[in-house]
Design a protein. Sequence first.
Length: 200
Amino acid sequence: MTEQAIYRHLRGLRDHFTPPPGFTYPEISDGTFVMMMSPRPRHQLTAVDVRDQLAGQLPPGIIAAEATDTDDASLGTLRIPDLLVVPRSAMETDDPLDPHEILLAIEIVSPSNPGNDYDAKSHDYPAMGIPHYLILDPRDGTWTYQWEIDTSGGRPAYGNRLLRQPYGTPLAITSELGTWKLDTSGLPLYSRKDMMLPPE
């Protein structure tokens, strides 16, 4: 069975799937479902804070949207970025979002599966053609920014990275439509309970 056939099969299963309590709809990568626990409130508060910061800086017709299916059938990949910057017109469809429309994808690290954001999506997003990728990590209050897709190694990868910068470190995302600055100093951090750790 080809990758595309496996993907079509998984997409069909997903269309009739009801997530169990406490879980979100699955993503699809490397021929498997990727299940995530439902976001914690501080995760969602981070998304709101960042979306609101971006909204005041984006040009007309460009929006910051939340948690939208993003589909690349040629790669057999379906991802759901926590936040994305995209033309409003791209969202006016019944179909999953075309990743080539996305200017910036933002992930807020989940306490239960950080490798999904740092490793798997750092491979999937450049392969899908998403030019800028920002990771916000409320576990330790750091951000990682990756940009400029490089294909010289044979597989698309981000050519530039700022890794694990502390919240409050100046952050500017320079896109073809302008530079967007984010103030991370006030973003919330996960509690020990959020991270499923015992009380101190």
